[in-house]
Design a binder for this molecule. Sequence first.
Ligand code: FE2
Length: 270
Amino acid sequence: MSELRVTPLHPVLGAEVGGVDLGAPIDEPTRAALGRALGEHLALVFRNQVLTPAQYLAAGAAFGAPMEQHYSQHNMPDHPLIGLIWHRNGQEPAEQWHTDHTNRERPPAATLLHGVEIPEAGGATSVASMRAAYLGLAAEERQRLESLTTFNGLDGHADTRAEDRAKYGALVEHPMVRTHPVHGSKAVYFHISKTAHISGMTAEASRAYMADLLDRMIRPDIVYRHAWRKGDVLVIDNRATMHRAHGDYDRRQSRVLWRIIVEGDRPRLA
Ligand SMILES: [Fe+2]
């Protein structure tokens, strides 16, 4: 097993992992340790990684099997399991808080982002602990959320191709609070623009409630803001976080991240 060093980057979430070369094979004990570290810290940062697409996919597999993404127009042509986040060809920064691909029955456990081209200033990725957000709610509201589910699809996502909507657009139901399969803790779980509606609520009331929740729950103290350096790999635990991009950079400069999402469990509340 390699000498893993896990150093917290923030009081609530986020840790830097040293002593691992993601370009080399990752043995089973290291894989297990990384899985535990992810469940505990929710965002892991690996610095100075030099990776080919194939090496990056192999590293991603340490966190779960890489999954197909539904923005197929941005897939890397020779490695379609890697999506390009690059804000070109009509792609806009995802500035709304969200967790990825909730329209899947088994949404991705984790999202990996690799910083390939980084602007001089701005363009960070922020990650919020939805475990801390859950604990910050009043007991009555935690109870209310535990009784609700969301119905997730791709309606309104005009930036997806018809073929992707046909494959991945059918509504999928998820609990609004889910129990982390590794850590055992609870976290608030929803995607405001993938949710067609919350159980027993109209689409409009659902949207208003989720917007209000985001406003109240995501306070600066539960957010780790990742300022990118070229060569970084950021691994985000989608089961207990939300994330967003910051579009506050000079668009004449290039920001290119390679994205992998990896298979997770069906969300459940235990
Ligand atoms: Fe995302």
